[in-house]
Design a binder for this molecule. Structure first.
Ligand SMILES: Cc1cc2nc3c(=O)[nH]c(=O)nc-3n(C[C@H](O)[C@H](O)[C@H](O)COP(=O)(O)OP(=O)(O)OC[C@H]3O[C@@H](n4cnc5c(N)ncnc54)[C@H](O)[C@@H]3O)c2cc1C
Length: 408
């Protein structure tokens, strides 16, 4: 049975972030969106403040110490669920800012899942001195033009030459790709082998042949960078092949991308719940302030029913997120539950944003400096696209519910 009671540490984290979210981040949100950036001073202060709970929010921040600590089998980990709690609170304030937080970010789960002890120490260790030196980011490079949902179809090639590998190809839509000090790049030794041909490399910024292409202009999450990456005869040292060659003798190694999703999808779901909750609460407060006096009751009843439905769906999505993250913390296989959490959260949050705009009438569609609804509406759509689209989550779920059925 899964216990949804928050631990003392989780409760403190939730309260700490929620104060910051309300009084500091939310007031900056529209300006960051307009300027397409999060102020570096804010990020630096946040990282210093967050160092107290860095271990628990490790997915988003530097987590070097956590990686090196021997795992205590008697201690039940809370890392994933705690990160989900923090992610929801931060996304409530500003989802783009959350994606901008320094640290290995989406690059962390594949290194954690497949990296050798030496690689974890080396790559996570690069983030250890951020409080003194420059801010640093990691990134995750899987998607290519023509291979997004179809992960098996990646074409970026890799071939071994002596003590290094040579990579050629293009990656697109990579979160923090332009500023990352290293990116986990997925490539193939032979496209005909599908996933069995995949290899994952940590490619460091400045490696000859590794360039940043265009930075995308996006509908939402504008304060966060999404970049194209180009690899042209890029020589990557053999010791940067994640897990070493032995890792690819078994199914485990080439399942790195999939194992990553089992950890990240619920967190993306948590962020979606945060944005949806922001819109839902905004509409609820708008109704309280404007609709209760002098409005016809039938109209209010319909609006109240709509708000109740939005709240119910968001809470159900949060439970799915907490279930999937708790399973990850317990080391249980959670691919189906991770997809359920992400699919439900994306849809619940998109519906909540649409409901909120409609409930607020013309006010809901304003794009003035006070109108966050418009921003949340632009931000939320991608939560049903990245880390696997809603359709792909449904494919994953149905394959696990009906394993004997072919043809999905
Ligand atoms: C803001 C942003 C940030 C991103 N960050 C990263 C990142 O850091 N790293 C990274 O590697 N990628 C990243 N991505 C890429 C993202 O993961 C892909 O866009 C996503 O996987 C979808 O791939 P696609 O865009 O190629 O769409 P497609 O795969 O071409 O899908 C198009 C449509 O077809 C549907 N479809 C496809 N296959 C099926 C199927 N089998 N069954 C039913 N329907 C199907 C999809 O649901 C979708 O509706 C990011 C994208 C965005 C927008």
């Amino acid at each position: 049975m899964i216990d949804f009671t928050l631990s003392k540490k989780q409760q403190e984290l939730k309260e700490g972030i929620s104060g910051l979210a309300k009084y500091v981040i939310r007031p900056m949100s529209l300006e960051m969106d307009r300027k397409h950036e999060v102020p570096e001073t804010f990020l630096r202060n946040f990282m210093q403040m967050a160092s107290g709970f860095r271990g628990s929010a490790g997915h988003f921040g530097s987590d070097a110490s956590e990686e090196e600590r021997p795992r205590d089998p008697t201690r039940v980990s809370e890392t994933n669920r705690t990160a989900a709690i923090g992610a929801e609170e931060l996304a409530w304030a500003d989802a783009a800012l959350l994606l901008c937080l320094p640290g290995p970010g989406l690059g962390a789960p594949p290194v954690r899942a497949t990296g050798t002890t030496e690689q974890k120490k080396r790559f996570f260790g690069m983030f250890a001195d951020m409080d003194k030196g420059p801010l640093k980011w990691g990134a995750y490079g899987l998607t290519e033009p023509g291979a997004g949902s179809d992960v098996a179809g990646i074409r970026t090639s890799c071939r071994k030459e002596g003590d290094h590998w040579v990579l050629n190809g293009r990656k697109c839509y990579i979160t923090n790709g332009g500023r990352a000090i290293w990116t986990v790049i997925f490539a193939t030794v032979d496209p005909a082998q599908g996933r069995a041909g995949h290899r994952a490399f940590v490619v460091e910024k400045g490696t000859p042949g590794f360039e940043v292409g265009k930075i995308e202009e996006k509908m939402g999450l504008r304060a966060n960078e999404t970049a194209e990456l180009v690899l042209e005869d890029c020589k990557v040292p053999a010791e940067n092949l994640l897990g070493g060659e032995e890792a690819y003798q078994t199914k485990e190694g080439f399942m790195t991308a999939m194992k990553t999703f089992d950890n990240t999808r619920p967190l993306v779901g948590a962020m979606a719940v945060g944005i949806g909750r922001a819109a839902y609460e905004y509409a609820r407060d708008f109704v309280k302030a404007n609709y209760l006096i002098g409005r016809p009751i039938p109209r209010y009843a319909a609006i109240a029913e709509r708000l109740a439905r939005a709240g119910r769906r968001l809470e159900a999505a949060r439970m799915l997120v907490w279930r999937a993250t708790t399973m990850a913390d317990l080391g249980q296989p959670n691919a189906k539950e991770a997809s359920m959490a992400k699919a439900a959260a994306g849809q619940a949050a998109i519906a909540a944003c649409i409901d909120a705009i409609e409930i607020c009438g013309a006010h809901g569609s304003l794009a003035t400096e006070h109108a966050l609804l418009e921003k949340w509406f632009r931000d939320i759509k991608v939560y049903d696209i990245f880390e696997g689209t809603g359709n792909i989550q449904r494919v994953v779920i149905s394959k696990r519910l009906m394993p004997s059925l072919k043809g999905f």
